[in-house]
Design a protein around this ligand. Structure first.
Ligand SMILES: Cc1cc2nc3c(=O)[nH]c(=O)nc-3n(C[C@H](O)[C@H](O)[C@H](O)COP(=O)(O)OP(=O)(O)OC[C@H]3O[C@@H](n4cnc5c(N)ncnc54)[C@H](O)[C@@H]3O)c2cc1C
Length: 432
């Protein structure tokens, strides 16, 4: 089949896979290079908000994803002591989740569903392919085996510890820890019976939050038989840095939440519960995601790794893919790729930056110590949650946004209209 452009993607995580799907679906040839010899998603559960599932719908894989996912029908915000503050979190608000669902899913299942899409669209995934160098001008990449691959455009989707970002910036740019640790407990629910304190958490699919000084806990059911319980906790900068999940002692977790809801303690006691912990990282916001050659751009965590307090990391990677797919679904000649990547960055960078700042706000709100600010937060929740933030986040259609931006760009550049004072003039205004 004749294809439009050939795209090379560095990294086969959620971001690389999503962009591969978005571009292959619109007739582009995509080759993905993955360093690992086996595909795997680290971690257990992931929440995907409607701005992400809307993209899965666009790429024709939502049905497959829903085979494994749960749609939470309820949710609760609690104080750390267990007092219920609100029974109407946005995840179950029909006004927000009707058009595209809010889902929770095991990461391995999400990966499996996305991979089914790569087979359908004949995306080539090359495992055991460690990308060492990029020549931005061609553009081409060189693997550790010295093999060189050339194409029309390269996407750097190699995660928060991105080598691509270092090559683009001309210096290493490691992620940094703001001092937060994540503890995750996987609790098998088979033996939780009606008389157990945690029965409510098992009997229906719901997302539950507990908010306390220094951190918050979120829990939801995945694969119908396991409660995914995650504590994000500000430990300060002095602790040992842990890259990726490491086995942790359940008692250590208990010590962090000693005066929290007894339900959480009962969960830890369930036979077979397993605890892991690791350090959370974010990156400095790069000034630019694109190389000036216009043939390379960073996406996903490589461009905008954030903390998980709004559950938006993967969703933002899906938005990147959605915008790219939207732009490249329209007529983009090979010589227009630099413009297309510029438009992509103009659409995506400000929104990703906003989401990062709102994530940090949310982290602070979740982790308030007892006092006037916490009382104000709780009163607001009791009065009925204000869902403006979630409307802004979740109603966004990245593919539409990409299409619109490219159409506007081509319209304003059709007759050689130049940007004035950094503002693109419309055709009409320039005629006047
Ligand atoms: C505790 C926690 C909970 C989270 N919960 C949520 C949530 O509920 N919802 C949500 O939307 N997001 C969530 N996130 C964020 C989400 O997991 C990430 O944003 C997302 O997985 C990033 O995907 P990525 O593909 O950009 O990066 P990665 O998953 O890191 O993938 C990068 C890939 O590139 C490969 N690679 C690296 N270097 C090279 C190289 N040189 N050559 C070839 N391949 C290479 C790697 O092997 C890897 O496969 C959470 C994150 C954490 C830590």
């Amino acid at each position: 089949m004749a294809y439009k452009c050939h795209v090379l993607v560095v990294g086969c995580g959620l971001s690389g896979l999503a962009s591969a799907l978005a571009l292959a679906q619109t007739g582009h040839r995509v080759t993905v290079f993955e360093r690992s010899s086996k595909l795997q998603e680290i971690g257990a559960g992931i929440q995907l908000s409607p701005n992400a599932t809307r993209m899965l719908q666009h790429w024709g894989v939502l049905e497959e994803v829903l085979k494994y996912a749960d749609r939470p029908e309820a949710g609760t915000f609690r104080s750390y002591r267990g007092d219920v503050l609100s029974q109407s979190p946005p995840v179950s608000d029909p006004r927000l989740v009707n058009m595209a669902p809010y889902i929770v899913i095991h990461r391995a299942d999400l990966l499996r569903a996305l991979l089914s899409g790569t087979r359908k669209h004949k995306i080539e995934v090359r495992l055991g392919s460690d990308v060492k160098e990029i020549d931005f001008s061609k553009p081409s990449l060189r693997l550790s085996t010295s093999e060189v691959h050339e194409a029309d455009v390269i996407l750097g989707a190699d995660g928060e510890r991105s080598r691509c970002r270092g090559i683009l910036l001309g210096h290493t740019d490691p992620p940094y820890s703001p001092g937060d640790i994540v503890y995750r407990i996987s609790v098998p629910v088979a033996d939780i019976t009606e008389d157990h304190l945690a029965w409510d958490l098992k009997k229906r699919s719901s997302v539950n939050f507990w908010m306390g000084s220094g951190g918050h806990v979120v829990s939801y059911l995945i694969q119908h038989d396991m409660l995914n319980v995650v504590l994000v906790y500000a430990e300060g900068g002095s602790g040992k840095v842990m890259y990726g999940p490491q086995r942790a002692d359940l008692e250590e977790f208990r010590s962090k939440i000693s005066d929290w809801d007894p339900v959480l303690h009962e969960l830890i006691n369930v036979e077979g519960s397993v605890c892991t912990k690791w350090t959370l990282f974010q990156i400095h916001e790069p000034n630019q995601w694109r190389h000036e050659s216009g043939r390379f751009v960073l996406i996903g965590d490589a461009a905008h790794a954030i903390l998980p307090c709004l559950a938006q990391g993967a969703a933002q990677a899906f938005e990147d893919a959605g915008v790219l797919g939207g732009i490249f679904s329209l007529s983009v000649g090979r010589d227009q790729i630099p413009d297309a990547l510029r438009v992509f960055e103009e659409v995506r960078k400000p929104r990703a930056s906003d989401v990062r700042h709102r994530t940090l706000d949310q982290k602070a709100i979740f982790a308030l110590a007892d006092g006037p600010d916490q009382e104000k937060r709780d009163a607001k929740l009791r009065a009925g949650a204000d869902h403006e933030l979630f409307k802004w986040l979740w109603e966004y259609d990245a593919a539409e946004s990409g299409r619109e931006a490219w159409k506007n760009f081509t319209k304003t550049h059709e007759y050689g209209i130049k940007p004035h004072n950094g503002i693109e003039g419309t055709r009409e205004s320039s005629i006047l």
